[in-house]
Design a protein around this ligand. Structure first.
Ligand SMILES: Cc1cc2nc3c(=O)[nH]c(=O)nc-3n(C[C@H](O)[C@H](O)[C@H](O)COP(=O)(O)OP(=O)(O)OC[C@H]3O[C@@H](n4cnc5c(N)ncnc54)[C@H](O)[C@@H]3O)c2cc1C
Ligand SMILES: *[C@@H]1O[C@H](CO)[C@@H](O)[C@H](O)[C@H]1NC(C)=O
Ligand SMILES: *[C@@H]1O[C@H](CO)[C@@H](O)[C@H](O)[C@H]1NC(C)=O
Ligand SMILES: *[C@@H]1O[C@H](CO)[C@@H](O)[C@H](O)[C@H]1NC(C)=O
Ligand SMILES: *[C@@H]1O[C@H](CO)[C@@H](O)[C@H](O)[C@H]1NC(C)=O
Ligand SMILES: *[C@@H]1O[C@H](CO)[C@@H](O)[C@H](O)[C@H]1NC(C)=O
Ligand SMILES: *[C@@H]1O[C@H](CO)[C@@H](O)[C@H](O)[C@H]1NC(C)=O
Ligand SMILES: *[C@@H]1O[C@H](CO)[C@@H](O)[C@H](O)[C@H]1NC(C)=O
Ligand SMILES: *[C@@H]1O[C@H](CO)[C@@H](O)[C@H](O)[C@H]1NC(C)=O
Ligand SMILES: *[C@@H]1O[C@H](CO)[C@@H](O)[C@H](O)[C@H]1NC(C)=O
Ligand SMILES: *[C@@H]1O[C@H](CO)[C@@H](O)[C@H](O)[C@H]1NC(C)=O
Ligand SMILES: *[C@@H]1O[C@H](CO)[C@@H](O)[C@H](O)[C@H]1NC(C)=O
Length: 569
């Protein structure tokens, strides 16, 4: 019954979309309205290929060399409209039409010599958005023509939500960034120290700006995530979140053009319903965010523990046991960080250096016994930590990567012997069965004093200590069968996590793209209210995305490039 409903709806939608292809004149009119900033797009590596979208094309060796150089660089990707961090979202996976280089060696000519370059899932036209007027013009065009559109900031999305459609609004160049020691949310009489960040600004710019202003902004573990884009609208974890909360906890105000074509300044005093929805309901759902304002902390020094050793079949379990056994204590002491079977990079703003050394002594000893390295040191600020540790350790980009993850409840997995053992067993099974390492993030708001009802993320965030994720990398030239097999591995591992803690949830931004029961998993009992607000602020259903609030389902034409992966393996 359910599937039938989706299929019929999809057919109707397709008919409407097909009937309403805009004329050249209409496109030209839109271009004029947005100041000539409507562009056509080609795949990032198109200049390397001699056949592009089915037609002969003259390669440009100069341009192709630049693309090779920048291929795995986040700054290069985030400043090119057609590039995404996870390049499978540039491709049409179901038809294996793509235009990729070999991410292991971008200069490998076999990538383009015997292949054709296809547009894939990249929207063929985009507006380089510079103002709210551009957004209003584009939305009214979408409304009149019935075309499908998407919104892209940095292209970090793990579910392809920033690709697809006939038109994209590219917000990367909304680059304003200001700091006020007494920022007042409109309509209220309270003030806070806050930064106001344009929708395209990458975290690396926010962090250096914070350093200049002697403040700390709580943000993500990667240079180019857009601070006011998908990160803050769906959750936003940081390794400072255990003390200072998620991105959604710290946001004070959004400026947004909602899909009904109204520019709104939204906070706890004005449109509080929409403010709540934007604090977790996710990007690409209620409108186009122009900027957000976030609470900041004073400049703070950090104790940093950085540990690594060479992983073997024999030494992973012992380290994972230590991590599981210590994490509750570490949580209470204020630590946050990223860990794996043979690595740890954790930070703590509360402890003294001596206390920090004592706290992590057991893992330091373990690593040294494996002839590994261990540093426990004091750094003066988040920016000094970020540039010393994160830029060299952040997740890689330019590689087709499937992510899966679930939130792991504190109780019983960190408080009870059996729970701890089950958690260690799960992680060891990942390594043993699929050679997939758990990517552990201690970045839940463990000590944060949350005010009930203020955000719409799944409540599972509030009683979890870890997020366990993992990366499954697909070769640039993987066959359809291989891709299917790899997505199924991701399904299998996430199903183990689900069986371990069925009532928990997952972080919308970083979950398996085929997570079943997505409404409950990502939003818990917040979902019905979110859906009501989606219908209120998107009355003409201008925007839809994969597993988003109000999702029209996988049968819609815009999802035809997603693989049809059954979650009932
Ligand atoms: C390498 C890597 C590291 C990561 N590290 C972290 C981390 O440390 N912490 C964490 O919490 N997450 C992390 N993430 C996940 C990240 O937060 C999400 O991918 C997030 O959605 C990225 O948002 P974006 O706007 O930069 O990306 P995009 O792909 O451009 O957009 C993501 C989604 O938000 C929508 N969107 C973007 N801008 C707007 C806007 N202005 N208005 C409305 N909708 C918008 C898009 O349509 C899309 O649906 C990481 C991702 C990657 C690839
Ligand atoms: C939009 O107009 C600009 C300036 O006139 C032009 O350079 C650009 O090619 C046009 N875009 C499209 C898609 O035609
Ligand atoms: C080739 O690419 C370079 C670098 O982008 C550009 O300057 C040049 O004009 C291009 N050449 C041709 C023939 O398009
Ligand atoms: C802020 O407004 C509230 C309610 O309007 C009022 O009770 C409070 O006294 C005001 N606070 C300040 C500092 O003006
Ligand atoms: C949370 O509130 C308690 C009680 O008011 C306080 O002792 C604690 O410091 C607060 N925690 C944080 C991280 O602010
Ligand atoms: C879409 O069209 C409807 C009527 O057809 C109109 O009321 C609404 O304001 C339009 N929305 C936008 C964003 O232009
Ligand atoms: C920076 O902020 C810290 C913490 O608030 C303060 O102790 C220090 O004096 C400030 N430094 C400067 C140069 O303002
Ligand atoms: C972790 O705790 C469990 C249960 O208390 C114990 O059996 C195990 O030996 C501990 N492991 C390590 C490495 O301390
Ligand atoms: C560490 O190095 C020493 C000296 O080279 C060697 O004897 C020992 O076996 C190594 N231990 C491990 C766990 O590799
Ligand atoms: C993919 O590319 C690599 C490196 O160029 C090559 O060794 C491999 O055979 C290719 N695989 C497929 C399935 O074409
Ligand atoms: C996933 O798990 C099922 C059930 O254990 C198994 O039959 C299947 O082979 C697994 N799939 C992959 C790709 O490993
Ligand atoms: C995926 O495949 C299943 C089984 O063949 C089918 O029932 C379902 O409709 C398909 N879904 C989509 C979105 O095509």
């Amino acid at each position: 019954m359910f599937f039938l409903g989706i299929a019929i709806h999809g057919l109707l939608f397709r008919r409407v979309a097909a009937l309403t292809t805009p004329s050249d004149e209409q496109w030209a009119q839109l271009n004029q309205t947005v100041g000539g900033r409507l562009y056509t797009s080609l795949p990032l590596a198109a200049s390397c290929f001699s056949t592009v979208n089915g037609s002969p094309s003259t390669p440009n060796a100069t341009e192709c060399a630049l693309v090779q150089q920048g291929y795995t660089q986040p700054d290069f990707r985030s400043t090119h409209y057609s590039a995404h961090m996870l390049p499978q979202w540039e491709t049409c996976q179901s038809t294996v039409q793509r235009c990729l280089l070999n991410s292991n060696d971008p200069s490998d000519p076999t990538a383009w010599e015997d292949s054709e370059c296809w547009q894939g899932a990249i929207a063929p036209r985009y507006v380089d958005v510079r103002s709210e007027d551009d957004v209003l013009a584009a939305l009214s065009f979408v409304n009149e023509t019935g075309i499908q559109f998407s919104i892209k900031a940095s292209g970090h999305d793990y579910k392809g939500r920033s690709s697809f459609g006939s038109l994209s609004l590219w917000t990367r160049n909304l680059d304003s960034l200001t700091y006020s020691a007494d920022f007042k949310p409109e309509g209220g009489n309270e003030s806070y120290p806050a930064v106001t960040i344009g929708a395209g600004v990458p975290f690396e710019d926010v962090y250096s700006f914070a350093e200049e202003n002697n403040i700390t902004v709580v943000g993500g573990y990667h240079q180019t995530i857009a601070a006011s884009g998908g990160w803050v609208q769906a959750g936003g974890h940081s390794i400072l979140s255990p003390l200072y909360g998620l991105g959604v906890d710290r946001v004070l105000q959004y400026k947004i053009v909602t899909l009904d074509g109204v520019v709104r300044t939204v906070n706890k005093f004005q449109s509080p319903d929409l403010f709540w929805a934007l604090r977790g309901g996710a990007g690409s759902t209620f409108g186009v965010v122009l900027e957000s304002s976030m609470l900041v902390e004073p400049q703070m020094s950090l104790r940093v523990a950085s540990i690594s050793f060479t992983q073997t079949a024999d030494n992973a379990r012992g380290f994972l046991e230590l991590l599981v056994n210590n994490s509750y204590k570490w949580g209470q002491e204020g630590w946050g960080g990223h860990m794996g079977p043979a690595t740890l990079i954790n930070v703590n703003p509360l402890l003294t250096l001596e206390e920090a050394q004592t706290s992590v002594q057991s893992v330091v000893d373990y690593a040294l016994a494996q002839n590994g390295t261990a540093v426990v040191e004091d750094l003066p600020s988040w920016q000094t930590f970020f540039s010393k540790y994160v830029e060299s350790a952040e997740a890689s980009v330019g590689v087709q990567t499937i992510l899966g993850s679930r939130l792991i409840p504190t109780n019983p997995f960190f408080t009870d012997d059996d729970g701890q053992e089950a958690l260690v067993d799960l992680m060891v099974k990942m390594v043993d069965t699929y050679a997939v390492n758990p990517y552990i993030i201690q970045g839940t708001p463990f000590l944060y004093n949350y005010t009930e009802g203020t955000t719409s993320v799944t409540p599972a965030w509030r009683n979890s200590l870890w997020q366990i994720g993992f990366h499954e990398n697909m070769a640039y030239n993987a066959t359809l069968d291989t891709m299917y097999a790899q997505y199924k591995i991701v399904n299998n591992i996430t199903s183990w996590m689900r069986e371990l803690a069925p009532d928990s949830g997952a972080y919308f931004n970083e979950a398996n793209p085929y997570e079943p029961d997505h409404e409950v998993t990502f939003w818990g009992d917040n979902y019905p209210a979110l859906l009501e607000l989606k219908n209120k602020y998107d009355p003409f259903k201008l925007l839809d995305c994969w597993m988003c609030v109000g999702w029209q389902g996988p049968a819609d034409q815009r999802y035809s490039c997603y693989l049809n992966i059954s979650t009932n393996y």
